[in-house]
Design a binder for this molecule. Structure first.
Ligand code: ZN
Length: 463
């Protein structure tokens, strides 16, 4: 078995993955704040973590994957006011949409998807502990974490004290003792959602949610913590500080051992942002493209690299999937050898910090071999192709369904179409192109599109 190497943001290097308990791998990723539709950047994080989880499941007997739902946040409160929708209704709606959209992208639902509002008790007790240990203080109805009380603050993001001071000149709320201190609990007015606490009616800060929920669902330490690159600082840095300080851990790895962060999705080199108006919503994209095409586009480059989102990568992914599904369709009657495992070359590629582009290269080589093979190897090659696809969350649909083969809206018998195609191919063989073109026209008239590919002639209904 090849060694799984993973790039750990903590230490900023690729290292061998050594599980805390090889019988049970535990993974946490920061989930969405549910107040609007997820964009393609959110989707990249979900797909990358899903890929990691699928790969880990192919190696280890048990994997628990937790990804939370942030259902209390100032952005949610604002969206609720703007749209005149009760918070519960708003968050329930977008939680559902998020899970549906991610499902379309082949993201398996996390084993546990805890909601922040179901864990207020745990957050309060964690904050209480931090105050008792002088890691946090109450000021002006807020509770703040005292950053200087955790000596390894900044280790994850590589920010030194000077960076922190420089960054903090921007704005310093007067209830903070030090500029870097961050909110654990904040007061809620009468019309804002709030919970009773030793510090008055209020609501939690965002960072404390993940500390409380990851500990509750996975216990500490757990193996891998994931999220988008933009969460490294301050969110993940603050998570580490809170959890480690509360438990008197010095070493951030006593909270989570490996930290992985996926790169940004950019649009022609520019970061996606509301102000630039270049945000692509998954929900909109799914109206235009199959989820599997978007999934392959998202994993077409290495997860740590920035991904430049454009129509070219979507087209390329679509072509690649069309081709593989065509090959699978041609080999529809070949039964898969159940003993076939994912080939070493694919496993090696993924073991190298989830190198998906290398894995896809290897998978395309298997597809080539399958398309050219006409011997008993077919069963093994098809098995290799399908099992490799399963790890990547690809090629699991029926090829006919994908290619819309034999699907006609006008009740045309597919045998009739196959016969016409056969007649056309025969005409072409004897170079009777007039006859061949006539048959093509006949098919066009009944809305059937044909395409001559290196793997044979395929057809599909135009609508
Ligand atoms: Zn988080």
């Amino acid at each position: 078995m090849s060694i799984f190497k993973i790039h750990n943001t903590l230490g900023n290097k690729k290292e061998e993955f050594i599980p805390i308990d090889k019988d049970h791998i535990r993974i946490y990723a920061c989930g969405p704040t549910v107040y609007n539709y997820a964009h393609i950047g959110n989707a990249r994080m979900a797909v990358v973590c899903d890929l990691l989880v699928r790969f880990m499941r192919s190696i280890y007997p048990k994997v628990t994957y937790v990804s939370n739902i942030t259902d209390i946040d100032d952005k949610i409160i604002n969206a609720s006011l703007e749209t005149n929708t009760p918070i519960k209704e708003l968050t329930a709606k977008y939680e559902k949409v998020y899970n549906q959209d991610m499902g379309e992208l082949g993201v398996l639902k996390p084993d546990i998807q805890p909601r922040a509002t179901d864990h207020i008790k745990e957050m309060i007790s964690l904050i209480d502990q931090l105050i008792k240990q002088n890691n946090a203080y109450v000021s002006d109805n807020h509770v703040l974490f005292n950053v200087s009380s955790y000596k390894n603050y900044g280790l994850l993001s590589g920010r030194n004290k000077e960076d922190q001071i420089a960054g903090s000149r921007v704005e310093v709320a007067d209830y903070k003792n030090n500029s870097g201190d961050f909110v654990l609990w904040k007061p809620s007015s009468e019309d804002q959602p709030g919970w009773d606490s030793p510090w008055g009616k209020g609501r939690p800060g965002w960072h404390i949610e993940c500390s409380a929920m990851s500990e509750k669902t996975l216990s500490l330490p757990f193996d891998i913590h994931g999220g988008g690159l933009d969460l490294t600082f301050p969110h993940h840095e603050n998570e580490i500080a809170q959890s480690c300080a509360a438990h008197k851990f010095d070493d951030p790895q006593d909270y989570a051992k490996y930290w992985i962060h996926n790169g940004f999705v950019t649009m022609d080199g520019e970061k996606m942002s509301k102000s630039l108006g270049n945000i692509f919503l998954v929900n909109d994209l799914l109206k235009k493209y199959p989820g599997e095409t978007l999934r392959l586009s998202l994993i077409s480059s290495h997860y740590r690299q920035p991904l430049n989102w454009n129509s070219k990568i979507i087209e390329q992914a679509q072509k690649n999937l069309d081709r593989i599904y065509r090959i699978l369709k041609d080999n529809e009657n070949i039964s898969i050898d159940e003993n076939i495992h994912v080939p070493d070359n694919v496993v090696d590629a993924l073991s190298d910090d989830l190198n998906t582009s290398k894995a896809m290269f290897e998978i395309n080589l298997i597809a080539d071999k399958l398309s050219k093979s006409n011997n008993k190897n077919k069963s093994a090659l098809k098995g290799e192709l399908v099992s490799s696809g399963k790890i990547l969350g690809l090629f699991q649909q029926s090829p006919s369904e994908w290619l819309k083969y034999g699907k006609t809206n006008n009740n045309i018998d597919s045998n009739f179409i196959e016969e016409l195609i056969l007649k056309r191919n025969k005409a072409r063989e004897v170079k009777n192109f007039q006859e061949a073109d006539k048959i093509r026209d006949e098919l066009t008239n009944i809305n059937i599109e044909i395409e001559d590919t290196i793997d044979g002639t395929i057809w599909r209904s135009k609508n």
